[in-house]
Design a protein around this ligand. Structure first.
Ligand code: FA5
Length: 340
């Protein structure tokens, strides 16, 4: 029996090594190692042996079984690699579960800016965008803010190294004179866009934020036109009448000038962190266009008058969606963005 076993081992080894495919190997495995295979047949006979022969032959048979199983495993591994290599470079396994691509969506600032544009287009306003890299002339001087004016300190910004006279615009008001020069009067336009300021950040203040500027030039424009335009704008976004209050405010490019506060919708005017417990959020600077600005735009102030306002879009979006910290907009935090 010992001889039979050794012969079986040599024969099986030789045949396994000759196999070329996984299918060949499967067949040989069944032939030698299967339940009805040749080795199993010999192992079944071991129980009929007696004396010393029984453990000796049993041990040998098991050892041969292990050796044959090892060679089968090695060959199977090798054939597996060959099969992988034989696959084309762009192998597509259509049985694998699909990967859902993550779909992006509009940023809340963009959503509300588009709604604002819609409201103003219905009132006959053009939508214009201006440069973010701006000259001191359009950002300050043309707006009646000469180089030595203290108002420059309130809107400190980022100046461009090696390019004197150029800066990142601090306000969308930079578009006022540009637009008058290009379109003359009468005109109605809004300028949505990004502005930059060198300031310490907190829940209401960012260094980079968005404004929407409105400019209307015509004959006999009054504060009533301005207030109406602002109320229509706020109703268009909040879908209800929103309380506003005008306080005197100083901007060198309007006369008279106002700060427009909007009733805090986050706390319903009760007082919270966003409104500094006042029930009001400062959101808009506005007024009637200063004669010097009209002149800078090539318009005769004796004939033309106008209103202008500049609103912080971020703060409007905060009230609309109940966001209590302005810094979330640019945080890049998907948990925040995925809520819109
Ligand atoms: C201005 O920027 C003027 N250009 C507005 C203006 C336009 C006045 C036309 C008159 C005529 P002010 O600095 O107040 O004004 O900013 C206007 C609005 O922008 C503020 O009411 C506020 O809503 C928003 N804002 C200002 N600074 C910040 C900031 N650091 N972070 C976020 N929002 C700000």
């Amino acid at each position: 029996m010992e001889l039979d076993l050794k012969k079986l081992k040599d024969q099986a080894m030789a045949e396994f090594k000759k196999s070329k495919t996984l299918a060949d190997l499967d067949k040989l495995e069944t032939k030698y190692l299967g339940r009805k295979g040749e080795l199993s047949a010999i192992l079944r006979k071991v129980k009929d042996l007696t004396g010393e022969a029984k453990p000796k032959i049993g041990q040998l048979a098991n050892q041969i079984k292990l050796e044959l199983e090892k060679i089968v495993a090695e060959l199977r591994h090798e054939f597996g690699h060959l099969a992988d290599k034989a696959k084309p470079a762009h192998y597509l396994d259509i049985t694998l579960p699909g990967q859902k691509p993550a779909l992006g969506h509009l940023h809340p600032i963009t959503i509300i800016t588009r709604q604002l544009e819609e409201v103003f287009v219905k009132m006959g306003f053009m939508v214009l965008e201006g440069p973010e890299l701006e000259s001191e002339y359009y950002n300050f001087e043309s707006l009646n803010i000469p180089a030595t004016h203290p108002a420059r300190d309130i809107q400190d910004t980022f100046y461009i190294k090696d390019q004197p006279g150029w800066l990142l615009r601090t306000q969308t008001s930079n578009q006022q004179v540009r637009t008058m020069e290009k379109y003359g009067a009468p005109l109605r336009a809004i300028f949505p866009g990004r502005v930059f300021r060198c300031e310490a950040t907190d829940v209401r203040h960012e260094t980079t934020f968005y404004q929407l500027e409105g400019l209307m030039i015509d004959k006999d424009i009054s504060i009533a036109h301005l207030v109406t335009a602002l109320k229509v704008m706020l109703k268009g976004i909040f879908k209800k009448d929103v309380k506003v209050r005008l306080r005197p405010g100083y901007f060198p490019f309007v006369e008279p000038g106002f700060e427009v506060d909007v009733s805090c919708l986050l706390c319903d005017g009760e007082g919270c962190g966003l409104c500094k417990k006042t029930g009001w959020v400062e959101m808009i600077g506005a007024g009637l266009v200063h004669p010097k600005v009209l002149q800078a735009g090539g318009l005769d102030p004796k004939i033309w008058s106008g209103f202008a306002f500049g609103m912080g879009i971020n703060r409007l979006v905060m009230l609309k969606y109940g966001i209590d910290d302005i810094r979330l907009f640019m945080s890049g935090d998907l948990r925040f963005l995925e809520q819109f």
